[in-house]
Design a protein around this ligand. Structure first.
Ligand SMILES: NC(=O)c1ccc[n+]([C@@H]2O[C@H](COP(=O)([O-])OP(=O)(O)OC[C@H]3O[C@@H](n4cnc5c(N)ncnc54)[C@H](OP(=O)(O)O)[C@@H]3O)[C@@H](O)[C@H]2O)c1
Length: 304
């Protein structure tokens, strides 16, 4: 992490070709320049050799001194040299340039393609992370709710039966639990004549070979029961005494029907600790023809 990064200069094949070509052009122009200097010096030398030194003074062609023809021939070669450097090589250079351009374009195209693929990948990643974030921002809160009818002395049942019959309480139970998972102990499950309609029954038992009717989920712990109900936004713990006791520490809400009487019983609801549970609603109902006891619908929510 803290070690110095070794910098290595790398020249790719195209860059090398470009460099070599530039060097070649410089050499060509340098040679032409030297040729031109030689031509100037040579011409002066030829003129001087003839006029000052008198070399070949008597040699003439079409009435003109020989050095004139020698200079003209040399000039012709110089022009030919110039033609090669500036015209022929320039044309060659253009072809090369074109080739380079094509190479560059195909290279750029490949690069664009690569970038596009990367962009699509990043977009997908972003989408995934956005959906992940949004699910983190608004997690689907599960409200694990205990639903119970308990007497003033917390009695809930005797000999695996309910102690009272309160039709409004049954209606409330039906309305609240409709369409949800209902988690119960094996004894409570067996207290029903048959599974309740439109609810998913989750039965807790220690018996590994416990047989239940089709559609009833059999589990062997409360944790497994909650796990089996994980897709439900409000699973209900519906009893009995043993399961309520275990669920009190993990439930979020209690929907209690408090029956304002005391009864002899063998199954009880645990004490509701006011430091743990806050009463949020309470509706009192008085006894009537259908209801032999006064009762109240009370909702408690766990104190955060
Ligand atoms: N008033 C109300 O609102 C209300 C509601 C529901 C029930 N009740 C009443 O409550 C009474 C029944 O309650 P209850 O306490 O006797 O029985 P229960 O809680 O309904 O069931 C107890 C059974 O659940 C299983 N169980 C409990 N804890 C378990 C664990 N940690 N892991 C695996 N299995 C576990 C055991 O089944 P196995 O023995 O098969 O292993 C145990 O015998 C009845 O009288 C019923 O009418 C009243």
């Amino acid at each position: 992490m803290f070690s110095k990064k070794k910098t290595t200069t790398s020249i790719d094949k195209d860059q090398l070709e470009l460099l070599e070509n530039a060097q070649k052009r410089i050499k060509q122009k340098k040679r032409l320049y030297i040729h031109f200097i030689f031509f100037l010096i040579g011409s002066v030398f030829l003129i001087l050799a003839n006029t000052v030194l008198g070399i070949g003074k008597e040699v003439t062609l079409f009435g003109k001194e020989w050095f004139l023809f020698a200079i003209l021939i040399w000039l012709f070669f110089l022009i030919y040299h110039m033609f090669n450097v500036f015209i022929t090589n320039k044309f060659m250079g253009k072809a090369w340039e074109q080739k380079q351009m094509e190479k560059l374009v195909s290279k750029q195209e490949a690069r664009i393609k690569k970038m596009k693929t990367k962009l699509i990948k990043e977009e997908n990643l972003l989408e995934t992370s956005t959906s992940k974030n949004s699910s983190l921002e608004s997690p689907k809160k599960t409200i694990l709710t205990i639903i119970v009818a308990a007497a003033e002395n917390n009695a809930i049942g005797k000999e695996n039966k309910l102690i009272w019959h309160l039709s409004d309480d049954l209606k409330r139970f039906k309305t609240l639990t409709n369409g949800h998972h209902i988690i119960m102990g094996r004894k409570t499950f067996e207290s029903f004549p048959k599974p309740l309609p439109n609810r998913t029954h989750v039965v807790i038992t220690r018996q590994k070979d416990y047989k239940a009717p089709e559609g009833v989920i059999v589990v062997h712990s409360l944790t497994d029961a909650i796990d089996a109900s994980r897709h439900d936004s409000q699973p209900f713990i519906i009893g009995g005494g043993e399961i309520y006791k275990q669920a009190m520490n993990i439930a979020d809400r209690i929907e209690l029907t408090r029956v304002h009487e005391s009864f002899e019983a063998d199954a009880f609801f645990p004490e509701i600790d006011p430091t743990v549970w806050r009463e949020t609603t309470k509706i009192r109902h008085h006894k009537d023809d259908k209801h032999h006891y006064d009762f109240s619908f009370v909702t408690y929510n766990r104190v955060d």
